[in-house]
Design a protein around this ligand. Structure first.
Ligand SMILES: [Zn+2]
Length: 665
């Protein structure tokens, strides 16, 4: 009843059939329960005003039935202005500041505000500095709640009763590290831990010869963890999950990507032209259809008086579903829920979720943008984790380039730098490199942000600022698994760069990306980040730079004879040894390429395999010009030269590579 009161105040009707269920309250917070920690809909209640707990599927169904009955008699509002309320920076506010925020922004009744303020003033008169217990006197649990808000949801105590019974991890191991699994899912284990990390536990788990598991640490009170372990060890055979008790506060698990299960059989029964389907069925049908047709994008937008889903298939946008305009907001809300966004209509937001269709899992990146008059547009980009990874042979590389890459990837240790601006396809290259050596005998670990594709056989970790997991300490953690090959998504600070170099000097092949204009500037960039010259000289195996340029449309590219001045320039650049007799091409424009003259992209890669001479120059701190001269002497080709070779091969035009001339020989 208390929960019902609060959810009516804070929430609106749930948009999905299996939302989190309001079960109890904790001061001003609403405790919501579900059997799946990745579930979506919170009834529009701002996530920071909820605590989420896990219950068994049976309990879930029972509670849900009760709620349906109660809300059936007295329906709840369709909209709530609390939805979209953003959490202020509680961390900077302190307990009192957080309390003041609640008084001002939480939908308390005026009488409640007066009462709370009264109790607060009384406490303030008695004590100079108000702590958690003083606020608990103002209102039951209020102090704990304020502490929870101020700490960003990281201080948690929980009732061990809620942790599920498990036989997956041996109890003595859990006991030694004072950790206990809150939830063991298909892709991750949510683990209660006293310290907020589980490195030592993981370490021992792996050393016992077990397969790596992805652990999401959840901080909890050590006494409660020990209690959970004891309960698990006891022989009584009551169910592992006890009844929710009003006095217990349990862990909130948030920030996790949700996975939407779509059943192909069910989708087969959806008739998109029929008005009898729910918003959720239609949204899932649109996702399902896009995935089945291998679309790359799906857009949801208003079109005249319709809500329209358009999918991009082979480059063309096709309308796959239309519905009355009145459905638009429901569609948008559902997709935002899937993607873990808030429901504010005024801001641009990014998020992601995954869809599983049969055995297939597709990751979807979502952007929501406001359009005219309170309408919103949602753009989804499909990242197919099974088909997305390219092979080295998919790039149009020359034999010379393939030889260099193969040689480098066979090394026992060393540093491989992949550089280029955002959108130059660095990630695609890295995955292709990893995939080229990915087999049973090789231990490959990554730390990435974000994980764009999942590759079978590779242990991938996502950075997570919420748990303080960044590239540098993620790398430390994964070194414990003694990998042969490590991918560090990006070396964006001195700490990460130095850690990468150290790993590359101690028996690991380390791949990482760097923002730099070309492969030689990457070297000086690392030194300016504070990496010692002699360490870099010893570790660096390959510095690579790449760009994507547009590929000429094969249907309409125009042959031109190469004029003399271009011939001379090409000869000077060393890409031709005698005058070119065949034509090169320039952009045309036809229906196939929508009049642009280009279709698809070509990757240009400059590969600088570090020779002994170059190593000496790096160690001496020689100027860039000396390093360049040395590289060219050893058969290095710049981005511009690589571009010219693609022009000669007829793949792109001189116009496309003009901007790379600064890297010329
Ligand atoms: Zn064309």
């Amino acid at each position: 009843p208390e929960a019902e009161k609060i959810v009516r105040k804070l929430g609106r009707v749930p948009y999905v059939a299996d939302p989190w269920l309001p079960v109890t309250t904790m001061g001003p917070l609403l405790v919501m329960a579900h059997h799946n920690p990745r579930a979506g809909d919170l009834w529009g209640v701002p996530p920071f005003l909820t605590l989420r707990v896990l219950i068994t599927p049976d309990q879930y169904q029972k509670t849900r039935k009760d709620l349906v009955q109660r809300f059936g008699q007295l329906p709840i509002a369709q909209q709530n202005q609390m939805e979209g309320v953003q959490a202020p920076r509680f961390a900077d506010m302190g307990l009192e500041g957080a309390f003041e925020w609640l008084l001002a922004s939480y939908p308390y009744e005026p009488a409640e505000v007066t009462k709370l303020r009264g109790f607060f003033e009384t406490q303030k008169e008695k004590h100079s500095n108000l702590g958690v217990s003083h606020f608990n006197t103002v209102q039951r649990h209020l102090g704990v709640v304020l502490q929870h808000l101020v700490s960003g949801g990281r201080t948690l105590c929980f009732s061990p009763a809620e942790a599920q019974r498990q036989t997956f991890f041996p109890l003595p191991l859990l006991e030694r590290h004072t950790v206990y699994p809150l939830y063991i899912g298909k892709n991750a284990v949510f683990m209660f831990s006293e310290s907020g990390d589980c490195y030592a536990f993981e370490d021992e788990w792996l050393s016992m010869g077990n397969a790596a598991v992805k652990i999401v640490p959840v901080q909890a009170d050590p006494a409660a963890i020990r209690d959970a372990i004891n309960r698990a060890g006891a022989t009584f055979d009551s169910g592992g999950v006890a009844k929710l008790d009003k006095s217990t506060l349990t862990a909130s698990v948030s920030g996790n990507e949700s996975v939407i299960d779509i059943l192909p059989d069910e989708m087969g029964r959806v008739n998109p032209a029929s008005p009898n389907h729910s918003a959720e069925e239609l949204v899932q049908w649109a996702l399902f259809t896009s995935i089945r047709c291998r679309a790359s994008d799906l857009h949801l937008e208003k079109f005249y008086n319709l809500a329209r889903f358009r999918a991009r298939m082979d480059g063309n946008m096709k309308t796959i579903l239309t519905a009355p305009e009145s459905m638009l907001n429901r569609f948008v809300a559902l997709l935002k829920n899937y993607a873990g966004m808030n429901q504010s209509r005024q801001e641009c937001q990014d998020g992601r979720f995954a869809v599983s269709v049969g055995a297939r899992r597709v990751d979807i990146r979502v952007a929501a943008v406001p359009t005219r008059r309170e309408f919103q547009k949602v753009i989804m980009r499909f990242l197919d984790k099974q088909d997305g990874v390219k092979r080295l042979s998919d790039f149009n590389l020359g034999q010379r380039q393939i030889d260099i890459l193969t040689r480098v990837m066979q090394r026992d240790q060393g540093l491989v730098l992949v550089t280029g601006p955002t959108g130059s396809g660095k990630t695609t290259t890295l995955y292709a490199l990893l995939n080229s050596v990915n087999d049973d005998g090789v231990n490959i670990q990554t730390i990435e942000d974000p994980i764009e594709y999942e590759i079978e056989g590779i242990n991938q970790t996502q950075t997570n600022p919420h748990y303080g997991l960044d590239f540098a300490n993620g790398l430390r953690a994964l070194l414990r698994a003694d990998p042969d090959i490590i991918l560090i998504g990006e070396s964006r600070d001195a700490e990460t760069a130095n850690a990468a170099v150290n790993a590359a000097l101690t028996g690991h092949l380390v791949l990482t990306t760097l923002h730099a204009n070309d492969s030689l500037r990457a070297v000086s960039r690392l030194m300016s980040m504070g990496v010692e010259k002699y360490l870099l000289a010893d570790s660096l195996a390959l510095s690579q730079a790449q760009r994507l340029v547009r590929r000429l449309c094969n249907y309409c590219k125009q042959p031109i004879q190469v004029p003399d001045d271009i011939q001379a320039m090409m000869a000077r650049q060393g890409v031709i040894s005698q005058p070119l007799v065949q034509p090169i091409y320039t952009a045309g424009g036809c229906q196939e390429c929508h009049g642009t003259g280009y279709a698809g992209r070509v990757a240009l890669m400059e590969l600088n395999e570090i020779s002994t001479e170059l190593r000496d120059l790096i160690e001496e701190g020689a100027p860039m010009s000396a390093m360049r001269a040395c590289a060219f002497k050893n058969g290095f080709f710049s981005l511009y030269q690589e571009g010219l070779m693609q022009v000669i091969a007829g793949h792109t035009s001189l116009d496309e590579i003009k901007c790379l001339a600064y890297t010329a020989a």
